[in-house]
Design a protein around this ligand. Sequence first.
Ligand SMILES: NC(=O)c1ccc[n+]([C@@H]2O[C@H](COP(=O)([O-])OP(=O)(O)OC[C@H]3O[C@@H](n4cnc5c(N)ncnc54)[C@H](OP(=O)(O)O)[C@@H]3O)[C@@H](O)[C@H]2O)c1
Length: 265
Amino acid sequence: MRNLINGLLLLFLSALSGTVNAGLEADKPTVLITGANRGIGLEFVRQYSILDWNIIATARNPKKAKALKALASEDSNIIIEQLDVTDHTRIDWLADIYADQAIDVLLSNAGLTPKYVSAFKRVKGIDFNMATKSFEVNASGPLKLSQAFMKHVAASQQKKIIIISSKAASFELGPKMPMMYSYRASKAALNMFMYTLSFEAPKQGITLTLISPGTVNTMKPGGIKIPNAIEPPESVAKMIALIDRLTAEDNGRFLSFADGSDIGW
Ligand SMILES: NC(=O)c1ccc[n+]([C@@H]2O[C@H](COP(=O)([O-])OP(=O)(O)OC[C@H]3O[C@@H](n4cnc5c(N)ncnc54)[C@H](OP(=O)(O)O)[C@@H]3O)[C@@H](O)[C@H]2O)c1
């Protein structure tokens, strides 16, 4: 009886928030992408849509996600869900709503990136609120997301968890200079969370792989262009090809978008 009431409640709430997954087709692979309203996440949506996947695209503020909504208006297999990855209750709620939905690729893309004023300051200028927030968004959020959606991935055909990390967090390859303290440390924490989780993932048949997307120009139009940055379509096309060819051997690896080579932790 209690399960029935919970089920009805979830159905009612999902109808209220527009989270009815009627647009997802059973014979198509499904990807869930966080931070899908702009930058690399939006480009993932665009390219997976061209490849005819079911897409659950999450955004912190769907009302303002104009470009994402425009894509969804052209493709009924794109469902937009509200999600701030620091909201663990919401993550669990979404996992419940999609309890019967297999997710082939869980793509943790959302990140608090170093675009805020103090990001490039030296040690005296560190904003410790941003350091804490970076950890919550970049490290704990993806771990919580993985915890909640592992069973959906395990129930799918492809069974892949993909974590977008950053070469900036690599002790070996990251910039040898004092910059992006909070970003780099939070991504290094993400790497260790995921490295550790990669010892559990294969027990459910899951391949968990971290990918560095390269240096990608995701500044807002009119913003400063990062020197030597590539554009999102190039990075994402290479990442999708890489994700596609991953096998169980790639579990627990941290790979470059460019050629799938290993990045030193
Ligand atoms: N661009 C690069 O050169 C580069 C290099 C290495 C790694 N990466 C990684 O690639 C991923 C995407 O980067 P990007 O350049 O596309 O970043 P971006 O343009 O700054 O976009 C970040 C995305 O994450 C979302 N986000 C931020 N905080 C969130 C939260 N608490 N909950 C849910 N979503 C949140 C943003 O949503 P809002 O619009 O609501 O803020 C936005 O959709 C990130 O993980 C980043 O660290 C990027």
